[in-house]
Design a binder for this molecule. Structure first.
Ligand code: NIG
Ligand code: FE
Length: 413
């Protein structure tokens, strides 16, 4: 048995997708201890002052706060190349959409990914994942979407799987072949979709268990609603649950589409309208807010308060990618949600744990701290989640436990 003791506060939400406008979101145990066995939480006790059983391994949390391992439910962590020239172009006045329309943006990363081997993609992803782990992240969703041909999309999905097997973070893969239309299919989005939804491609993904989710960028520069629906429905037949990059730049009804196809989430939502909100609420579609993306692009944030007040559960993720959000730190994105979207630290913790687990279909075993749950935890060097969010950009993680094992610890300074 492993016992974490001298915990100032255990801070966690409830299982499943939680509305963030509900009162008493967090369960808090003060002066607590947590017992772990066989990778699972056995008990959580407040005001723990008992002698520890002799055989147990003990971790002293030093009065710090313990939170569930963070879950980054929307990233593009596998990629090659960098795009700092676009960063400079935007500073000089170009918009993200203008850069895409001029043939840059996602297509720049596609060229670099096509040149890279599977091994090179894995080698590029591993240090990113190890930095995420150090921020307290224990589960990460990673999308393909920079291969944009059956061969290179499969290469990306295999790289995600390999990266997941070579370090402690669990990597959940999403097939994002519908990210944009590649140059060789210019003006022929339908022909491109034929290629990436061909029976043998989707069957290969299913048989090799390469992706749990399918995602589409429903946007003027990428795919319209009908094309997005077609892609997601095709993938659904091969057991990939839909997700949608929705309402980011142009309002085209993408969040309504997400609700219609029973998507696990609609992500971005900077331009969401009331029809989208109503549809998401009634379908139970979770909103994934990406504050680091709007921050990085220097544009207005999604209307988080309107989304929350409409009764739609919200998650928060980094959207880490080489173009619109090079932010690897989920705690930084959480602090941004506090200051830019006016969410409380309690709300953002739920958004990055309980609700992120719900997006990824994993509420039954990760996202909270309760007996029986997988022991994925972050031990902080601050006493509360409020203080963690307050120290925006500072890494407050002292130790990370994944599946009951110590996966990372800060070097004592
Ligand atoms: O979520 N919006 C589309 N896809 C990514 C950006 C990808 C890129 O620019 O490389 C996003 O922001
Ligand atoms: Fe994204």
């Amino acid at each position: 048995m492993l016992i974490i003791r001298n915990i100032g506060q255990v801070c966690a939400g409830r299982r499943g997708a939680v509305r963030l406008d509900e009162p008493d979101l967090l369960v808090r145990y003060h002066d607590a201890a947590i017992a772990i066995e066989d990778g699972k939480i056995v008990w959580v006790k407040a005001h723990y002052d008992e002698p520890v059983p002799g055989a147990a391994q003990v971790i002293d949390a030093g009065g710090g706060c313990v939170i569930p391992g963070l879950i980054d439910c929307h990233t593009h962590t596998v990629f090659a190349g960098t795009r700092e020239h676009e960063f400079v172009q935007r500073i000089e006045g170009a918009s993200y959409a203008e850069i895409a329309e001029a043939g840059g943006g996602i297509r720049n990363t596609v060229s670099a990914v096509r040149r890279a081997s599977l091994e090179e993609l894995v080698d590029l992803a591993l240090p990113r994942l190890s930095r995420m782990l150090a921020w307290g992240v224990t589960t990460v969703e990673i999308k393909s979407g920079y291969g944009l041909s059956p061969e290179h999309e499969l290469k990306m999905l295999r790289a995600i799987k390999a990266a997941g097997s070579r370090q402690p973070i669990e990597c959940v893969a999403t097939y994002l072949a519908a990210h944009t239309v590649p140059p060789e299919f210019d003006g022929d989005a339908e022909g491109y979709l034929d290629a990436v939804t061909a029976y043998d491609v989707l069957e290969r993904i299913k048989n090799e268990e390469l992706a749990e989710f399918a995602d589409v960028f429903c946007e003027r520069t990428a795919f319209d609603v009908a094309q997005s629906r077609r892609f997601l429905e095709a993938c659904k037949r091969f057991r990939m649950a839909p997700r949608v990059h929705a309402d980011q730049i142009t309002q085209m009804g993408a969040s309504k589409l997400a609700a219609d196809v029973g998507a696990a989430s609609a992500d971005h939502l900077e331009t969401i309208d009331d029809a989208g909100l109503v549809a998401m609420k009634s379908a139970g579609t979770i909103a994934v807010l990406l504050p680091a993306c709007s921050f990085y692009l220097g544009v207005s944030q999604a209307p988080a308060q309107r989304i929350i007040n409409a009764g739609v559960p919200a998650a928060i993720a980094t959207d880490f990618n080489p173009g619109s959000s090079v932010v690897e730190s989920l705690p930084l994105a959480m602090s941004m949600a506090c200051t830019q979207m006016r969410l409380t630290p309690a709300q953002v913790l739920i958004a990055a744990t309980s609700n992120a687990a719900a997006v990824l279909g994993r509420s039954d075993h990760i996202g909270t701290i309760e007996p029986g749950m997988q022991a994925d935890l972050a031990i902080l060097d601050v006493p509360s989640v409020e203080q963690m969010c307050y120290f925006a950009g500072r890494n407050c993680t002292r130790m990370v436990v994944k599946n009951g094992e110590i996966a990372w610890r800060a070097v004592k300074g």
